[in-house]
Ligand binder design. Structure first.
Ligand SMILES: [Fe+2]
Ligand SMILES: [Fe+2]
Length: 245
């Protein structure tokens, strides 16, 4: 068996132990498998399908907060916390610090491709419009230098995407739009603080940002996911990623 086959077998065994069937959403496997093919059905052994909490994950509180998602559903978040701390050290206002703290949460917990747009959409109902705007456009601005603030094209992108990589036309279009916008610098500041926030030796604690989040993130009383905001369902999907319907 190859490593991948072994991992898949282990996963199947784990899923078989659950008392409910787990079906992955098409997007979780698209590419690894042809999304047009029918999804293989688990054996009809009388089990029901997963319709809520997945027991392989830590349980979320009934009224989850932003920090609960950071602690119980997101992957490593040192990068966003480092960039928020750096922004603070550089004298940025609370809105920018919050934007830095949230700018990559889609990568940490939801969907990686177009992460700036996803991150912005997740938080839009709960933050100042400028914060969501800045997060959305860091996606495009990240690819374009601005020497006036000392922002160069990231070295890491040369390594990650190769020297010939050219951003897609929609990224270039959004860059041009953002460049001429009154909030341009807010988004650019995310990029500036982003660039230097990958230090494996710096450990930041989420609690450093309790007050800033408390003042600038409108935590819904019902819990994130259970309010009726336009992105509540996205938070529920992060909480219950294997829900059948
Ligand atoms: Fe990013
Ligand atoms: Fe980042």
């Amino acid at each position: 068996m190859t490593t991948l086959e072994r991992a898949e077998a282990a996963e199947r065994a784990m899923i078989e132990e659950l008392d409910r069937h787990v079906m992955k959403s098409v997007i979780y496997t698209s590419g690894e498998r042809d999304p047009r093919l029918p999804i293989p059905r688990p054996p009809g052994n009388g089990k029901y399908y997963m319709m809520g909490h997945d027991p392989r994950l830590p349980r979320m509180p009934d009224r989850p907060t932003l920090f609960d998602f950071f602690k119980l559903r997101f992957g490593p978040t040192q990068h966003v916390m480092q960039s928020a701390r750096l922004a603070q050290k550089n004298g940025a206002g609370e809105k920018i610090v919050l934007a830095c703290l949230l700018h990559d949460i889609a990568v940490a917990g939801f969907i990686r491709g177009d992460h700036g747009y996803w991150s912005a959409q997740l938080v839009e109902p709960y933050v100042d419009p400028e914060v969501a705007w800045a997060i959305r456009y860091h996606q495009a601005l990240r690819f374009f230098p601005d020497e006036s603030v000392g922002y160069k094209y990231p070295e890491s992108y040369l390594k990650l995407f190769g020297p010939d990589y050219k951003p897609d036309p929609y990224i270039e279009r959004d860059y041009r739009y953002a460049r001429a916008h009154k909030w341009y610098m807010s988004s650019r500041l995310i990029c500036v603080n982003d660039l230097y926030s990958f230090d494996p030796n710096v450990q930041v604690r989420l609690e450093e940002f309790t007050d800033i989040v408390g003042r600038n993130f409108k935590q819904p009383e019902e819990g994130l996911g259970f309010d009726a905001s336009p992105s509540a369902h996205m938070w529920r999907t992060i909480m219950w990623p294997t829900k059948y319907l």
